[in-house]
Design a protein around this ligand. Structure first.
Ligand code: ATP
Length: 386
């Protein structure tokens, strides 16, 4: 079989670089279609639909128990779906054993073989595929260079740092040029600095070789830094899949708004729909104008949402009639270096937090009164999902 046929990735040249633009780039490499998973009578994944394009880096982000790992394991063939289909490069693989799926796996605990050297660990998937020794040596050299592990091939895992061990795990997953790489919290066991560093390495490696990656994390910074698109999961349901900026700016419901970035979300009711939507917000006096109405059904319950950086704090009520405003007082402030987090309570009892530069901390002593104001274009009316 040719390199291209075997791998689904482009034939690499020296240094692991893909040889020219990939004609298949942008086609769907992974597709989940209506996938459900039940454990007994408990649903773990519900109607999961997702297409990952070739060369794309997609992250499943969500709290513990939201169904991220189960979805990944179904794609890898380590778990069977209760209903639905999964496709790899256009072929249904739902009934294929894991070895037939040509998927690379990287987990949090590296799962290196302790009694094997780095080179032997990396060679393992090639041995399983009965690759000729000379070809295997070439492939191993290629991924050692790619993961900056040249010179470490004769060491045992215990003689390596956590970051180096994780690079071996990556090299072992890359060496047989899988059609897709699945990574489940691969940086989770590393300390903060190393994790930030490995994050950059992982991203540049993925971009260099054009790998298709489906990644799982509950760390939103990691998801933002790495992903072309992020799918937010909650209680087994994929809530929204979008590029990071779109997810931040245009969340589909209050769960997504709360899970990604800071947000102020307050229960609200729509009272009018016209040029602006008008809502009544719990803990705020009067009517609030909202430009961005997600058209949620009112029975489901709604929420008013705004990002704290879109709120302005001032001593006086703003003049502009079209600006929303609420009077509030400071409950407390938390010093965070360049900024302080000011905890506020509106006169009607809503609690919220905004950031202001630390230079202004004397103006926001506990008990002082201020006016909050914001433009209708900066706030949303969203479906409530807790
Ligand atoms: N083998 C199993 N048997 C029974 N229930 C399971 C099994 N594996 C997972 N579950 C349940 O399925 C749900 C989804 O689990 P899953 O591991 O996919 O979540 P997750 O989002 O990856 O969580 P985490 O971030 O903690 O790994 C959870 O409620 C979990 O308890």
């Amino acid at each position: 079989m040719t390199e291209q046929g075997r791998t689904g990735l482009r034939a690499p040249v020296a240094g692991g670089r893909p040889a020219g633009p990939d004609p298949d780039a942008g086609t769907d490499q992974v597709v989940f279609e209506g996938v459900h998973k039940w454990y007994g009578d408990a649903p773990a994944v519900h109607d999961f639909n997702l297409a990952v394009r070739k060369g794309e880096f997609v992250t499943l982000l969500g709290p513990s128990g939201s169904g991220k790992t189960t979805s990944l394991r179904i794609l890898a063939g380590l778990e069977s779906a209760t209903a639905g289909e999964v496709f790899l490069a256009g072929r249904a693989v739902t009934d294929d054993v894991p070895e037939k799926r040509n998927i690379g796996l990287v987990f949090q605990n590296y799962a290196l073989f302790p009694h094997m050297t780095v080179a032997q660990n990396i060679a393992f998937p090639l041995r399983m595929r009965r690759m000729r020794k000379a070809d295997a040596r070439r492939e191993i050299d290629r991924v050692l260079t790619m993961t900056r592990l040249t010179g470490f091939q004769d060491r045992y895992p215990r003689q390596l740092s956590g970051g180096q061990q994780q690079r071996v795990a990556l090299a072992r997953a890359f060496v047989f040029d899988p059609s897709v790489l699945l990574m489940d919290e691969p940086l989770g066991a590393l300390d903060r600095n190393l994790r930030d560093h490995m994050r950059l390495e992982l991203k540049s490696l993925q971009q260099r070789i054009g790998a298709t990656v489906l990644y799982v994390t509950h760390d939103q910074d990691e998801a933002l830094a790495l992903s072309d698109r992020i799918g937010v999961m909650h209680q087994g349901v994929l809530q929204q899949t979008a590029p990071p900026d779109e997810l931040y700016e245009e969340p589909v419901n209050s769960f997504v708004a709360r899970f990604l970035g800071q947000s102020i979300c307050l229960p609200a009711t729509r009272v009018e729909k016209g040029a602006h939507t008008v809502v009544e917000v719990e803990g705020m006096a009067g009517r609030v104008l909202v430009d961005k109405d997600n058209d949620c059904s009112e029975d489901a319950g709604g929420e008013f949402m705004i990002r704290p950086e879109r709120i302005r704090l001032g001593a006086d009520r703003p003049d502009a009639a079209e600006r929303n405003a609420a009077r509030c007082s400071v409950v407390t402030q938390v010093y965070l270096g360049p900024q302080i987090e000011v905890h506020l309570r509106t006169d009607q009892g809503a609690e919220l937090q905004v950031m202001v530069p630390s230079e202004a901390r004397a103006d926001y002593a506990a008990g002082t009164s201020h006016w909050l104001s914001w433009a209708p274009g900066d706030c949303r009316f969203l479906a409530r999902v807790n």
